[in-house]
Design a protein around this ligand. Structure first.
Ligand code: FES
Length: 105
């Protein structure tokens, strides 16, 4: 990991294992935030930035899941995202995708 890269704040969020189906917000020290979720046993990290308007997705801090409990949903215009790939499957940015976050960059 690049020591000059962004620092993950609230590291307890990473040390506390995310359960299957779990989803939470992680704030970075550079002002950005992440959507962290565990699906199919793997931790997935996306930048918390909707491809439609470039704003955060959550309707309350850490509130990312749609009513189906599976998809991620943007609070502003309701776009739905596949939690495995970040691909927008419904809404004004259909076909675009959330940006995957690589902690090593
Ligand atoms: S800002 Fe996310 S769908 Fe419009």
């Amino acid at each position: 990991m690049d020591p000059s890269g962004p620092v993950l704040l609230g590291t307890h969020a990473l040390l506390d294992p995310l359960q299957e189906g779990g989803c939470r917000r992680i704030d970075l020290d550079d002002g950005r935030s992440l959507v962290a979720l565990r699906r199919q046993g793997e931790l997935r990290l996306f930048l918390n930035r909707c491809p439609h308007r470039g704003i955060e997705l959550d309707w309350v801090p850490g509130g990312f899941l749609a009513v189906d409990g599976h998809h991620l949903q943007c609070a502003t215009h309701g776009a739905l995202f596949d939690p495995l790939t970040g691909l927008c499957i419904s809404g004004p940015c259909t076909g675009d995708a959330l940006e995957t976050f690589d902690p090593a960059q």
